[in-house]
Structure formats: structure tokens, C-alpha cells
Design a protein around this ligand. Structure first.
Ligand code: ZN
Length: 78
């Protein structure tokens, strides 16, 4: 589970960007921390970089697919 110390630097959001599950090996639409909906594994990634492939980590049972879901959005200043 993702952790933080200084909560004043985070804010809650209802954006639909947090609802979409992204297939392994596709481009991350936002920078930030992504969580595998299948097992809870977490990664950090830059916007446009390729999300880890299906063989990034193993699930038990193996029928559970890797699906990356945005957990924390890294917001850049404009
Ligand atoms: Zn997983």
C-alpha cells in the first residue's frame, strides 16, 4: 500500500482518471503511482512511459490479469 508522511501535500480527487484500468505494456496517460488491480503491486512511472508488461510480476492464480490503475497523480506545475 502506498505511503506518505506529509498529508498536506496530497489532495483527494474524484477524477475518472483513477477509475480506468490500463492494460500491461500500454502508455501511462498520467505521471504518478499506479497500482495493479489484480494484486496491489505498485509502480511509479512518467507520463507516456510504457506500463510494465503482463510478465512484470506473477499472480496466484495466474488467471488474474495485471491491470494498472492510477493511485496517485503527480501534478506538474504548468
Ligand atoms: Zn499484479
Amino acid at each position: 500500500m502506498a505511503q506518505y508522511k506529509y498529508g498536506q501535500h496530497l489532495s483527494q480527487s474524484d477524477s475518472t482518471a483513477y477509475d480506468t484500468k490500463h492494460a500491461p505494456g500500454t502508455a501511462a496517460p498520467n505521471a504518478g503511482v499506479y497500482r495493479c488491480a489484480g494484486c496491489g503491486d505498485e509502480i511509479g512511472i512518467a507520463k507516456g512511459h510504457t506500463l510494465p508488461p503482463q510478465n512484470h510480476h506473477q499472480h496466484t492464480p495466474t488467471t488474474v490479469k495485471v491491470a494498472w490503475q492510477l493511485l496517485v497523480y503527480a501534478q506538474q506545475k504548468k
